[in-house]
Design a protein around this ligand. Structure first.
Ligand code: NAD
Length: 293
């Protein structure tokens, strides 16, 4: 089965590599040549454009940064909804606005394409290990078609609801994640200011009621944990600007609904200040430095 994979970044590349390993014929496209080179060296076919990658594909997967990139990929005269041939299943794994996701799926439906939103959680390590969590929005029959592929990239696959439902869950999850990372950083800073060893503090809190994912598996304090971005100069991982985008999606989503998210708004403000200070490309756990400043 031919699969087109558009967006071979920190997440898309390891996801596409897992499909290759599982025996799928995968054609990839990205704007960054070095990512294409890694993909090609691993046995992937490389296309010169997204529409060339999509030609004759049974499934098209996109893993792009934000709503505007996904709109540009699928919509317009040169977008895949106009250019794609055959009847491919469309799977957008990017984290984007639930509203935009619904709009694109509705246009896809009019043009005869089945589309699901399938944003992920689990970070780059989950993408590499093939243990991502997928939050899927769309028709059950389309999820069933996608399932064999999703199972090669993830471990937990949830049907959240109709189109846009996966994105809604993802926005809620990442707002909570962003807030937790700030809270964990603040607690660690307070302990350190009291002369505590951050590793001892983390070990105790991880077995106490303050335990959470950022403390236990993605500790923001350098040196506490191996193989996490904080112990590697905050390189790789999940960028500050991507977290800022997701918090922006939460703020936008809450506006107009009867939903009040004061902590989400504060987190959006704090990650924004951190990004403005030149940290946008660092991993989001670098907000630990914001607590220091
Ligand atoms: P990334 O910036 O590393 O990768 C995005 C890739 O898309 C880049 O390689 C870029 O060159 C490519 N791209 C942009 N426009 C393109 C186009 N028109 N055609 C082809 N390629 C294009 O981002 P990422 O970390 O891989 O994240 C991708 C998505 O997954 C985002 O929506 C992010 O919020 C979400 N996400 C990321 C993580 C994480 O830990 N990094 C975790 C869960 C979800």
């Amino acid at each position: 089965m031919k699969v087109a994979f558009i967006g071979l970044g920190n997440m898309g590349l390891p996801m596409a590599l897992n499909l290759l390993k599982a025996g799928y014929e995968v054609t990839g496209f990205d704007l960054v040549q070095s990512q294409l080179d890694i993909f090609s060296n691993a046995g992937g076919a490389v296309a010169k454009s997204a529409s060339m990658a999509a030609q004759d594909a049974a499934v098209i997967i996109s893993m792009l940064p934000a709503s505007r990139h996904v709109e540009a990929l699928y919509l317009g005269d040169t977008g895949l909804l106009s250019a794609a041939s055959g009847n491919p299943l469309l799977i957008d794994c990017s984290t984007i606005s639930p509203r935009v996701s619904q709009e694109i799926a509705a246009i896809a439906k009019v043009k005869g394409f089945a589309m699901i939103d399938a944003p992920v959680s689990g970070g780059t390590s989950g993408a590499q290990a093939g243990t991502l969590t997928f939050m899927v929005g769309g028709e059950t029959r389309d999820l069933e078609k996608a399932m064999p592929l999703l199972e090669k990239m993830g471990k937990n696959i949830f049907h959240a609801g109709l189109n846009g439902g996966g994105q809604t869950v993802k926005v809620c999850n990442n707002m909570l994640l962003g807030i937790q990372m700030l809270g964990t950083s603040e607690a660690l800073r307070l302990g350190i200011a009291n002369g505590m060893d951050p590793k001892v503090l983390s070990d105790i809190m991880s077995k106490s009621s303050g335990r959470n994912w950022t403390l236990e598996l993605y500790n923001p304090c350098p040196g506490v944990m191996e193989s996490v971005p904080s112990s590697n100069g905050y390189a790789g991982g999940f960028g500050v600007d991507l977290m800022l985008k997701d918090l922006g999606l939460a703020v936008e989503n809450a506006q107009g609904l009867d939903a009040h998210i004061p902590l989400g708004e504060l987190a959006h403000h704090l990650y924004g200040a951190h990004s403005k200070a030149g940290n946008g490309q660092l991993d989001f756990s670098s907000v630990f430095k914001l607590a220091e400043d």
